[in-house]
Design a protein around this ligand. Sequence first.
Ligand code: GDP
Length: 463
Amino acid sequence: MRQPLAYELHDLLERGRDRQLRLAVTGLSRSGKTAFLTSLVNQLRHAGLEARLDLLPAARQGRLLGARRVSQQDLSVPRFPYDQAMSALAETPPRWPEPTHGISELRLVLRYRPAKRGWFAGETRQLTLDLFDYPGEWLLDLPLLAHNYLSWCRSQQALAGEQRRTHFASWHASVDSLDPAKEADEADLAEIAERYAEGLRAAREAGFADLQPGRFLLPGDLAGAPVLQFFPLPGLSEADPAALAALPPESNYATLARRFHHYQKHIVKPFYRDHFRRFDRQIVLVDLLGALNAGPERFEDLSRALANLMQSFDYGKRSLLSRLFAPRIDRLAIAATKADHVTPEQHPRLVALLEALLADPLKDLRFASVPVRALSLAAIRASEAREVEHRGQRTPALRATGLDGEPMLLYPGEVPERLPDSAFWARQGFSYPSFRPLPMEGGALPHIRMDTALDWLIGDKLQ
Ligand code: GDP
C-alpha cells in the first residue's frame, strides 16, 4: 500500500504532467459518427451548465467545470466541423449535420476538480482530450494486409451473394472477359476499376458493409489516383499460383497485383502507423437498427463487416495488428446508435443483440484483455418516449417528426434479443423511418446515455 506522503507526491506529479487522452470515434458510413462527435463536444462544453450527464460522476458531483476548444497539434488533419454541425441543428427546421468523409480532429481542454482532495483543496486540473473521427471503412482494409493479391481475389469472390452481385453487374460485364495474361491497357484498367468502385458504392447504398478496398468508398484526396485503379480478378479459384506469378510484369495480372501491394504499403499501413497506433481509447458505432430494418442479407453482411472491422482491436500477441503496429488502445466501447428509434424498454434488448452479433470478436477481445463495453445510445435524441392506450392497455410509444415535417406517434416494434431467425424476417414487424432532430432548447443537445459512454471512455481520467 502506498503511504500518505507517497500519495501526495503522486498527486503533485500528476498535476505537473500534461494529461492527455486521444479518443477516436469510428463506425461505418451513416452509423452516426458525426452526430456522436458533435454531441460529445456539445455535452462536455455544457457540462456543469445545462447538459444532463448524471451518469458521469465528475459531472454529477459538479467537479467537471467545462471544456474549451484549442488548436489541435497535427495541422495536416482537417478540423472536425463542430460549428457547422451545430448551426445545422439550430436551423428552423433543424437539420442533421453533413457527415464527415475522412479523418478529422478536434482538441478540447477539460477543467475539473479531482475527486480526492489532497493538500490543495479547491485546486483544478486539466485534461487535454484529442478527439478523432475516421471512417470504419478504413478498418475493413486491415484484413487486406493479410493477403497477397491472389488470395485477396479469392476471398472477394467468396463473398458474392445473389443480391450483392446485382450491384456489380456492369463490372462483371467488363472484367469477365479480361485475360490475366494479356498486356495491360491503362485506360481499360481505369475503366474497370471505376465500375468496381461504382459497384462498391451501389452495394453500400443498398446497405452492404463488407466492402473492400475501403478507400474506394471514401477516397478523400486519392480520387482518380492510379493506386485506386485495381480490383479483384474473378475466376482465379482454380488458377495455378506459380503460373500466375510467372506472368510478365506488363500483364493485367502482374499490374493489378503491383497496385494492390502499393495500396497495402502506401495507403493502408500509413493510416495504422500514423493515426490508429496512437489512439488511447476508441468507440465503434453501429447502426444495428438500420441493418435490422434492411433485411437478412444485409444484416448478415453487417455482421461480417463488423467481424472484419473488429480485427483492428484484436491485440492478441499473434494478431496481425500487434505484429505490424503495436497499438495501445486500452479501452474500447461498442455502441448501437440511434436508440431513440425504439421505445426505452427495448434498449436492453438492443444491447443484447449487439453482444450476440459481436459474440466472437468480443470473446477474442476479452481473451486478449482489452476492456470493452457494449451499450446503446442516441447521440442526438430525436424522439420522445410516450405511453398510449391501446386496446385498453397502456403501451410504450414514440413521438417524433418525420424528415418531411409530418408528426408521428409510433410503436417501432420489438428488437430481437438474439440473432434474428427466419421467423423474425418473415414477420419483419420493424419500422424505422428517419426522424428530424428536435428543435434546440438551450445549448445542450438531448441524448440517451451519452453520459454512460463518456464515463466509460474518459471517466477514470476525471478522478
Ligand atoms: P456518419 O456517416 O457515421 O457520420 O453518420 P451521421 O452522424 O451523419 O448519421 C447519419 C444519419 O443517422 C443522420 O443524418 C441522422 O439521420 C441519423 N442519426 C445519427 N445519430 C442519430 C441519433 O442519435 N438519433 C436519430 N434519431 N438519428 C440519428
